[in-house]
Ligand binder design. Structure first.
Ligand SMILES: Cc1cc2nc3c(=O)[nH]c(=O)nc-3n(C[C@H](O)[C@H](O)[C@H](O)COP(=O)(O)OP(=O)(O)OC[C@H]3O[C@@H](n4cnc5c(N)ncnc54)[C@H](O)[C@@H]3O)c2cc1C
Length: 677
């Protein structure tokens, strides 16, 4: 560590072989593997060559998010049901737009990484014979899902952190990402490190700037949670999408996010047993008065309505292909419909669902067989939802209690929330981005297709970290570069950054908070789970002009420390423009409703005659999926000089690799390092 004076600021320089940005389950796992693999290769002082740099060790989706039993989806471990990586890859690629090599690598790495998590201490449950107990998510035949409870991903990142600390890897907390340093251009472009601002070190005269230089940079900063107003991403999960676009990383499938029902006072998914316990769903006006059973008018019977509530448990993400004919995602549409009218929606675990006068009263025996049989097997025929939930999953009640909500005493407010980005930055089979030496892992990587099985995000994050670490150590080694020859370029970028921050002190531009609020409103309205081409085009125009305005006028700092919020606002502005540009392009290509979003179209299918488009007063109509686009991945790159600032291209999904070699030639490839070519 050295300090230098640049543009009248004290800048602290750190040098590593690999810097990982983000301390969630993906980043921590990569750090642990890097250290182990460097040691295996005989690289001295491995732990000193690696650093994890994060905005918040206790922030991020892994640390702060979950559900009733947060799912980890891996290859099956049942002693009686066979499973294999190719079958796993088939499931991952089934929804389209998913690279087969990534899906196969996630399948192949799955059990190795699961065992690694067990080894570092994640308490995945076993039976008396040592079998890791699995369960089915939405008809998966191999019982691939498992869980360590509501906080699976928290346990994962904590256990991996303990391991990283035991190895002596440096974890540098409270570093807000401000800039990705690049040198060279075109094919020789390289990201050589990250510049951060530490809020606690910001004073009237100093910006608290640190520079982390490295031969390899692993971006593991999670999803773009702060882009949405209605969101179950944890507060403070900003991500790095804007900075990554600006540094030249290409994104794929960035249009594909998951949305679903979640509680809003405490951000948590209400999937699984929360729904299977069959709570009453009702709405109120904005003041919490005027209770209404808003679902009843849309269902032909109590049996259908209650069965759909049950199915929302494991058909959790909003799915436009599950709306028609009273399927379970009609519930999401109706919740959204209600909130659009300015009403609030609640789940009440103290009462069973209440029907209309035309419906029979709720009785468990009247449920459709799928729901009835499940509750029968679970022994969950208790009289009220809270008793059924307490029987099936008491930890699901405890997690709310820990966060100040007593489900025995109060209803739970919910909404259709942004939850996960299936797309992200493009990676090859070793999770290396389009810029050599820069890797992207975890939710920030665009490794999923349009749909993914619940729980596969956590598996993908572990697989990506393993693959990136293996490639880095075996191909790039463990050297710590000095970048003496590039120092001029680096200093210039630092001077530019400092000049920008200084100019913000005197800016007449908007405040960071107002910019973030504007972005969140726009993304939830026009880039969320309901989309429409003209609306998205107008949102993109507004997003681009906001980005341009920030460039011209800067951001007005309300205090020196608000510089971190200003940095976030600036890169969220670019990130949101990138996502909207991709959404507009996909709509122009004639895509329809797919994954977890609905595309409105006047000539589309009617959802239900009473689900009204608030803008026109006419029944809401949606365009079905254009299945031809399953074979085309939308790739997008930032180009400051181009009209519209972003360039979109179509990429064919890479197939699942099928070539296999006999042991001896494969062993030779391994010994000679040909597997990395
Ligand atoms: C409510 C909810 C429930 C979920 N349930 C499941 C489930 O059951 N199964 C499943 O597989 N997946 C689930 N997911 C998704 C999964 O939890 C995430 O995709 C995963 O945890 C992401 O891990 P990560 O390591 O990539 O990023 P995160 O865990 O989000 O970590 C990001 C890291 O980057 C840091 N960071 C972010 N922005 C910046 C910045 N600007 N500057 C510096 N540092 C920054 C953060 O502080 C953090 O350390 C769920 C997500 C949510 C929100």
């Amino acid at each position: 560590m050295k300090t230098k004076r640049i543009a009248r600021q004290t800048v602290t320089f750190h040098h590593y072989s690999t810097v990982i940005v983000g301390a969630g389950a993906a980043g921590m796992n990569c750090a642990v593997h890097l250290c182990e693999m460097m040691k295996h290769k005989g690289i001295k002082d491995a732990e000193k060559r690696i650093a994890v740099v994060t905005g918040g060790l206790k922030l991020g989706a892994s640390r702060m998010s979950g559900s009733d039993k947060q799912t980890y989806y891996k290859q099956g471990t049942s002693p009686e049901i066979p499973d294999c990586a190719e079958e796993f890859a088939k499931t991952l690629t089934a929804g389209g737009c998913c690279h087969g090599d990534l899906a196969l690598a996630e399948g192949i790495s799955s059990l190795r990484e699961f065992a690694h998590l067990v080894q570092v201490g994640v308490p995945f449950p076993t039976d008396a014979m040592g079998t890791f107990i699995g369960y089915k998510t939405d008809h998966d035949p191999a019982e691939r899902a498992t869980s360590a409870g509501p906080k699976t991903s928290k346990f994962m990142s904590e256990c991996l952190q303990r391991q990283a600390e035991a190895y002596g890897i440096q974890i540098i907390d409270k570093q807000e990402a401000a800039h990705l340093l690049t040198v060279g251009s075109g094919k020789s472009k390289k990201i050589v490190g990250i510049v951060t601002v530490q809020k606690s070190k910001v004073t009237a005269s100093e910006w608290g700037i640190s520079v982390f230089l490295a031969a390899n940079v692993v971006l593991a900063a999670g999803g773009p949670g702060a882009l949405y107003k209605t969101s179950v991403y944890p507060e403070g999960q900003t991500g790095l999408h804007g900075l990554a676009f600006r540094a030249g990383l290409a994104a794929e499938n960035i249009t594909e996010s998951q949305f679903g029902l979640a509680s809003t006072k405490f951000r948590w998914n209400v999937s699984g047993t929360y729904m299977q316990a069959l709570p009453r769903l009702f709405s109120t006006n904005a003041n919490g008065k005027d209770q209404r059973e808003f679902l009843t008018g849309f269902f032909p019977s109590m049996s259908k309505m209650a069965t759909d509530i049950f199915l929302k448990g494991y058909q959790w993400p909003f799915d436009p292909q599950r709306i028609e004919k009273h399927q379970s995602s009609l519930i999401d549409v109706l919740v959204f419909n209600e909130t659009q009218k300015g009403r609030r929606v609640f789940m009440d675990f103290r009462k069973n669902p209440i029907g209309s006068a035309a419906m029979k009263p709720f009785k468990i025996k009247d449920l459709e067989p799928e729901a009835y049989d499940y509750l029968d097997k679970a022994g969950a025929f208790q009289a009220t939802p809270i008793k059924r939930l307490a029987h099936m999953n008491p930890l699901a009640i405890d997690i709310y209690k820990e966060n100040g909500i007593n489900l025995y005493k109060e209803p739970l407010e919910i909404a259709v929330c942004a939850q996960h980005n299936n797309g992200g930055f493009a990676v090859n089979r070793w999770w290396e981005s389009n810029i050599p030496h820069t890797f992207v892992i975890g939710e920030m990587a665009g490794s999923h297709g349009v749909k993914r099985p619940g729980g596969s995000a956590l598996n993908a994050g572990q697989a990506g970290g393993l693959r990136a670490a293996e490639y880095i150590v075996n191909v790039y080694g463990g050297d710590v570069p000095k970048y003496a020859a590039q120092q001029k370029q680096i200093n210039q970028q630092l001077s530019d950054l400092i000049a920008k921050l200084n100019s913000w002190r005197k800016s007449s531009g908007p405040t960071p908070n107002s910019v973030i609020a504007e972005i969140q409103d726009r993304m939830t309205t026009s880039g969320g789970h309901i989309r429409e081409r003209h609306d998205a085009e107008s949102a993109l125009r507004d997003a681009l002009s906001l980005y341009k305005a920030i460039g011209h006028r800067g951001l007005k700092l309300t205090s020196p420390k608000s510089v971190t919020a200003a940095l976030q606002a600036e890169h969220l502005a670019l990130g949101s423009a990138g996502i909207l540009a991709a959404i507009v392009e996909l709509l122009k290509q004639g895509s329809g409703s797919r994954g977890s979003h609905l595309v409105l179209a006047d000539d589309g299918l009617t959802i239900h005659k009473d689900v009204i488009n608030q803008a026109t007063g006419a029944p809401l109509k949606f365009k079905p999926e254009n299945t031809k686009l399953r074979k085309s991945i939308l790739r997008i790159e930032f180009n400051e000089k181009a009209k519209g600032r972003f360039k979109c291209t179509k990429v064919a999904p890479r197939p699942v690799p099928t070539s296999r070699k006999a042991f001896e030639p494969a062993w030779q490839d391994y010994r000679e390092g040909k597997i990395y070519k």
